[in-house]
Design a protein around this ligand. Structure first.
Ligand SMILES: CC(C)(COP(=O)(O)OP(=O)(O)OC[C@H]1O[C@@H](n2cnc3c(N)ncnc32)[C@H](O)[C@@H]1OP(=O)(O)O)[C@@H](O)C(=O)NCCC(=O)NCCS
Length: 157
């Protein structure tokens, strides 16, 4: 089995959005408000490229099994979101490969760090990102919530 990560071509975006929806559907009932990843479309993914960002897809033996988005921000960072792995294939290093691709993209495009947000209730995801070298920089509340609901993390690259 060969895992390859590369920027998505336009014809990959339907499969990319499908894997994002499958992955984030597993969080239903665990996070409130629901993830906006579920409203992502091939068109909204395509728009990431217009702002200088990219969408990476992971292929296992040619089939798209994971995706992640990377967007440049004015503060010199790359923002990582929509990290998604096919639920049948978790625990095999696909997310690590996708995160590495975003970190390489950040370096290659002259950005000094990768930032992201994780819901506080997703303690397993927080532990995963800490394991990959990310550190907390703050906490935020989603609109309508009085207490923080998400953690900001970043890693220098
Ligand atoms: C979260 C998700 C992306 C993880 O994907 P995955 O392919 O199973 O992750 P990987 O196997 O690549 O794991 C990455 C690394 O984190 C480690 N890790 C995973 N869970 C961990 C945990 N709870 N604590 C510490 N380390 C953990 C793994 O051991 C691996 O490290 P290694 O390469 O040194 O062995 C996947 O489960 C998913 O798509 N979930 C639904 C959507 C989602 O939650 N997206 C992220 C939103 S913040």
């Amino acid at each position: 089995m060969t895992l390859r990560v590369a920027p998505a071509a336009p014809e990959d975006l339907c499969d990319a959005v499908a894997v994002i929806h499958r992955a984030f559907a597993t969080l239903a009932g665990r996070i409130d408000p629901p993830s906006a990843a579920l409203t992502e479309t091939a068109k909204s993914l395509a728009a990431r490229f217009d702002g200088g960002g990219t969408v990476f897809v992971a292929r296992l033996d040619g089939k798209i099994v994971g995706a992640v988005c990377a967007d440049p921000k004015p503060d010199g960072s790359i923002y990582l979101d929509r990290l998604a792995v096919d639920p049948a294939l978790v625990g095999q290093g696909i997310a690590r490969a996708l995160v590495t691709a975003v970190e390489d993209f950040a370096r290659e495009t002259g950005h000094d760090r990768v930032t992201l947000g994780v819901r506080l209730v997703l303690t397993d995801n927080i532990a995963l990102f800490r394991h990959l070298g990310y550190a907390e920089t703050g906490r935020k509340a989603h609109p309508g919530f009085s207490e923080p609901t998400s953690m900001d993390l970043e890693k220098s690259v």
